[in-house]
Design a protein around this ligand. Structure first.
Ligand code: DAK
Length: 274
């Protein structure tokens, strides 16, 4: 792969968009490689994914403006479909995906982070949908996912004004769950950069998710995603079915038996994905 790094660490894995010279902007090759990488994730082993960008400066600074600038209407549509398909694949992937946003998340970069289940960021992160300043609308689901995440009013403001927001504001409006700063010693020297602190937090969260019963976690993702698209009455039925689906699994039997077991000396065994 030219632009994607993939590292599997026990039961979670890290996908890094590695096109640092262009601030990890998404061209066709990046999108194709990302698609192939997601297809290659071994879902029998990997229980959580982290998605990040290479370098200290940028998660993804958007779709590649150079490549887009000469597209015809038909090519623009094809490019949009390529992006939308891979973003939707991430969103509906059975396992959770954490976006670790280390810098610019603009346009397609903000949209990519929003197709992940959870967003956390470093203190230098910048989010925005600058498309109307380029003469286009957000094309990778930005108008839809941003409105669902932060509400229509705030999404409209961000999209119509094309104004970028910093990490603290992204946190305040609920676009990210946490912001991580650099770790400093008593003299104020940086011991760990904000990106290192961010990645450590992302890995800790991924490992924590991976420790939980995999079928239950997957069913939670499905229930939340599918439930948000339907009425509450329908959503509750979706939840009921996925709740019922957990019963008779080895993990449900073991998880409950462990809780009921009064022998507190016992160490909880890992869930086995069955
Ligand atoms: N595309 C291509 N190259 C980019 C890029 C991008 N989005 N962003 C940065 N780069 C490149 C720069 O051209 C520069 O390359 P060299 O000149 O060194 O060769 C290098 O990365 C470093 O960037 P800067 O020199 O500009 O770095 P600064 O620190 O000065 O500024 C910046 C950083 C992030 C503020 C600035 O680079 C910037 O404003 N970048 C563009 C951000 C942006 O507007 N992003 C949104 C793109 S629009 C569609 C589907 C989806 C979309 C559209 C259509 N369809 C359905 C068809 C999505 C659209 C977008 O994402």
């Amino acid at each position: 792969m030219e632009f994607i790094l993939y590292e599997q660490k026990d039961e979670y894995a890290i996908i890094t968009i590695n096109r640092e010279k262009a601030l990890n902007a998404l061209n066709s090759t990046v999108l194709e490689e990302l698609d192939k990488t997601i297809d290659g994730v071994d879902l029998n082993v990997v229980r959580c994914l982290i998605l990040t960008g290479a370098g200290q400066k940028s998660f993804v600074a958007g779709a590649d403006i150079g490549e887009m600038s000469t597209l015809t209407k038909a090519e623009g549509e094809a490019f949009g479909k390529k992006g939308n398909d891979v973003f939707r694949k991430l969103e509906t992937l059975p396992i959770p995906v954490i976006a670790a946003v280390n810098g610019f998340a603009l346009g397609g970069g903000c949209e990519l982070s929003m197709s992940c289940d959870i967003r956390i960021c470093s203190e230098n992160a910048v989010f925005g949908q600058p498309e109307v300043g380029l003469g286009i609308t957000p094309g990778f689901g930005g108008t839809q996912r941003l409105a669902r995440l932060v509400g229509a009013g705030m999404a409209k403001q961000m999209i119509y004004t094309a104004r970028n927001i910093k990490a603290d504001e992204a946190y305040r409006i609920g676009l990210v769950n946490a912001v991580y700063g650099a770790e400093k010693d008593a003299e104020g020297n940086v011991v760990k950069t904000s990106q290192e602190v961010l990645m450590a937090a992302a890995e800790k969260m991924a490992a924590g998710i991976a420790k939980n019963a995999p079928i239950a976690v997957r069913n939670c993702k499905k229930a939340i995603n599918e439930g948000l698209d339907v009425t509450m009455d329908e959503a509750i039925v979706i939840e009921e079915k996925l709740f019922g689906d957990c019963f008779e699994t080895e993990d449900q039997k073991y998880g409950m038996a462990f809780f009921l077991d009064k022998n507190k000396e016992k160490v909880k065994e890992p869930f086995r994905n069955c």
